[in-house]
Design a protein around this ligand. Structure first.
Ligand code: MN
Length: 359
């Protein structure tokens, strides 16, 4: 039997909302994922790309990775692929930071090209591996369709698998990929995606999960899967489904306040993101007390960062209902009242003069 532990997309160097604390978090998240993986004593630990958020990682991230991978050197076959974030575009920087790690023999990757293959024996069984770093769909399909297997166990790892699962050749025992940051596993087609080790794009990741995928493969044709939830080291509180459609100013502010009041973070300095949805008029929109709401939340919850995402739509000014449209005086009064116009008192005072009824 060969055991694979699969993780992906660590994005070292990314900092959500420019929070420098998140750079440290990303490192801790990768360490946590690796520790979790190693507890399963895998033969192969595969990271399917986007180890770094940028092809020019800062030294603190690079040194962290070198130290982490050095520890793993004699314990596991470590495979790391280039993701789209690791690969430099343009002509100035030609090398991915993974090349250095490969030269130091800390990882196995695809070298200067997007593809490599090798065979290794685990538990007396030959295991053939096909690795595809980030590349064009055209090239990916070429590598996928020309990869030959020798009848033993064969594995296919790519940063992304941009083809329908139904169109994959059936002869690989496991397809591992990354790129998208939420967990996904299809046990019928044996395709797995662990998701990222930390939260990178909150708006795309707030409903998904991240998991370590452990795959046991023998010749029986049926893989054993073990999944372990991988939470970010930082506590995230996402408030979704908040709908302020049709609400007035006070009710809208109260709705957001109430939802903040209900939160009970378990860890220190959480990141709190409140997404406010709905269809409102511009009077309500102008009356939303963003600053006060954030101050209220910060005082109550002591977050690292609190963000209110204005995901509502504004349908323009509120309708003014005139009870007697042909009665000019009454209509002006009703208009001033309903729009809460600041000039209301002055206008009302000078209204008789304007209408000529003083004469
Ligand atoms: Mn990624």
């Amino acid at each position: 039997m060969v055991r694979i532990a699969h993780i992906s997309d660590s994005h070292l160097g990314c900092s959500l909302f420019q929070l420098t604390e998140r750079r440290e978090d990303a490192r801790k998240c990768l360490k946590k994922a690796v520790d979790m993986a190693m507890q399963h004593s895998p033969d192969i630990l595969v990271h399917t790309g986007d180890l770094f958020h940028s092809p020019l990682p800062q030294n603190d991230d690079m040194i962290f990775v070198i130290e982490l991978f050095k520890e793993l050197k004699d314990k596991v076959r470590l495979i790391v692929l280039d993701g789209n974030h690791d690969i430099p575009y343009g002509y100035r920087y030609n090398f991915s930071p993974l090349r250095g790690l490969e030269i130091m023999e800390l990882i196995t990757s695809t070298g200067n090209g997007p593809y490599s293959t090798f065979t290794e024996e685990f538990d007396g069984k030959e295991v053939q591996m096909h690795l595809v770093s980030w590349t064009s769909k055209h090239q990916f399909e070429y590598f996928l369709n020309s990869a030959k297997t020798n009848g033993g166990i064969s594995l296919f790892f790519a940063h992304d698998i941009p083809v329908m699962k139904e169109d994959l050749p059936v002869h690989f025992n496991y397809y591992g990929c990354g790129h998208k940051h939420n967990f996904w596993l299809d046990q019928e087609y044996d395709i797995g995606r662990p998701g990222s080790t930390c939260i990178v794009n909150w708006n795309r990741e707030m409903t998904g999960k991240k998991k370590l995928i452990v795959v046991d493969i023998d010749n029986s044709g049926k893989n054993e899967y073990t999944m372990q939830t991988l939470n970010d080291v930082r506590e995230f509180k996402f408030i979704t489904g908040l709908d302020i459609t049709g609400m007035g100013t006070e009710e809208a502010n109260q709705t957001v306040t109430n939802s903040l009041s209900r939160l009970a973070p378990k860890k220190k300095k959480p990141i709190i993101i409140v997404e406010v949805n709905g269809l409102i008029d511009s009077e309500t929109e102008r009356g939303i007390k963003r600053k006060e709401l954030i101050e209220f939340g910060e005082k109550k919850l002591d977050p690292l960062f609190l963000h209110i995402e204005p995901n509502w739509q504004c349908m323009g000014p509120r309708n003014v209902d005139l009870s007697e449209p042909l009665n000019v005086e009454k209509s002006v009064i009703e208009y001033m009242e309903q729009t809460k116009d600041k000039m209301a008192q002055e206008i009302l005072e000078s209204l008789p003069k304007l209408l000529g009824s003083e004469a």
